[in-house]
Design a binder for this molecule. Sequence first.
Ligand code: FMN
Length: 199
Amino acid sequence: MLFSLVLVSLMGLVPGNNSDGRAGGGFLLGAAEIDKQAIASILNHHGARNFIAGPIGKDSLDLILQAGARAPSANNRQPWHFTVVQTQSLAQRMVPNIVEGNLLIVISTSGDGKINGREILDCALATESMYLAAQALGLGSRIYTGPMNRINSQLKADLGLPSGYSAVALVRVGQVEQAVDGVSAASSRKPLETIVNYK
Ligand SMILES: Cc1cc2nc3c(=O)[nH]c(=O)nc-3n(C[C@H](O)[C@H](O)[C@H](O)COP(=O)(O)O)c2cc1C
């Protein structure tokens, strides 16, 4: 509660209804606070569960990919490759409950089973950037690592991964019901006092 009050007063954000009238329990932006949208995106995201059919525009996809390419990496090595899967039958082999219009972005890196911690972290940052960018564009997104064993043992060639690369994560992007409130849909998180210490 104290954290919420401090954040609200620091950011000029107010709890209440979304601008389109949807009920929301989180921090919402006043009209003069558009420069605070980045922090709101970070605080309000959630992994979509209920995708609905519908296409993703090329402009949105390009922005999502640019967000991934813009991620920071150790020594700026940018060790990632992004594979956009738009073919439904192929996507279904990775995410069985795929919905028409969903696309998957598979993030891979070189190392072929010997991927080091630095490459994983770099790819994780690109993954997060694409996941958040999709939601900032009004789309649903969800990160998956469950399909990685299958991808790396069976699907590398079908996906056209660069030689010697292994997949580390994928981001699913699709249309979602706009009436779903992202704040209440998100799973709860550990309280800060249980995960932070100060020295
Ligand atoms: C590294 C990583 C791997 C994940 N893998 C899967 C997955 O294989 N399948 C799945 O349904 N969700 C997966 N998720 C989504 C998480 O379960 C979800 O982000 C987490 O439970 C938080 O819930 P929220 O998105 O509702 O806030 C993954 C998330 C991360 C960050």
